[in-house]
Design a protein around this ligand. Sequence first.
Ligand code: PLP
Length: 380
Amino acid sequence: MILVGEPSLGKDEKTALAEVVDANWITMGSRVSGFERAFAESHGVAAAAAVSSCTAGLHLALAALDIGPGDEVLVPSMTFVATANCVLYVGATPVFVDIESLHRPLISIEDAARKCTERTRAVIVMHYAGYLVDRQAWLDFAQSRGLLLIEDAAHAAGAPGAGTIGDVAVFSFYGNKNMTTAEGGMIFAREESVLNRIRQMRALGMSSGTHERLQARAPLYDVTMLGWNYRMDEFRAAVGLVQLRSLRKWNETRRDLVSRYRDVLSEYCPAVSVPFGNAVEPSAYHLLPAILPAGSDRKAIMERMRDTGVQTTFHYPPVHALSFYRSRYPSGPLPETDAFAERELTLPLHPKMTNSDVRRVADALANALCTGRADPEASQ
Ligand SMILES: Cc1ncc(COP(=O)(O)O)c(C=O)c1O
């Protein structure tokens, strides 16, 4: 089976994990701080805070920026549910924004402008499939309206410039991401004071950590703000340090596979299009979203591809249409999001794939599309 995504784990990760066991210090310590430094440096920023997940990091971002009850936060609906959940965690209200188009499924500035009210405090942009939103346009948008800008950079690890657009940015290291720690996340903040607040909030608001207290021989701590236990541990950081060494190479492989997909799909499946065709913004090439012809039976296509050993999925069921959100936070029409959600099919993309795998996927899709075509006579 060619899977949609697969982690690349090997003997270096095993060795790094064994070293943590031997070191006998397993909670947040020198590996976590080393991973923070290395990840920050690899993205050209001064500092970072590692956390237990991107979801936790997004919660901390909003909390540290003092977003709360009475505030509205603009979010894309074409995203993973975590992007909207974090708004609810702080008691604020998510306001769903459409995407630009089928071919650029990134949060739309025009629709965001329409959705602004006097209660809007912030906007969360999400770099769908790893393609960065337009930096200058969003900086201007946020600045001209006095809004905070947060990047959900879950898909964008390693993309040049990722994490440097927003007041706060959060990456994910979940198992299907471009690099993984199984569960985990990383936070950047433009202001050092915000990052320091985030550091304290991830550890229950305590003024110092266990490792720091041991090193400083200062057993006492104070709690000066509300916090949560969103810490990363040494095992995850050790794996993260190893994975980070390959991130650039893996993203280059992903880029080459995407380019191969574009060629092969236009030959085998000309009715299928791949978004971001003329993208100028950098990308981490996290996903390969394909747009099926209008009216396609996606479920049948997925089943047929699965039968020939190709896993597919879709990103995402739009958040505004999920039962929990639909009933509590009804949104106006999001026509581009709805059209994209109906026709998007995510094809396999990960650095273990080869060009011949790409050919096999395209072949499977071409066959599934042919046999999946509605037969007008059959329904009579
Ligand atoms: C766009 C997006 N945001 C947030 C998250 C949440 O990340 P995590 O699983 O690290 O909490 C994900 C993870 O799948 C995601 O894809």
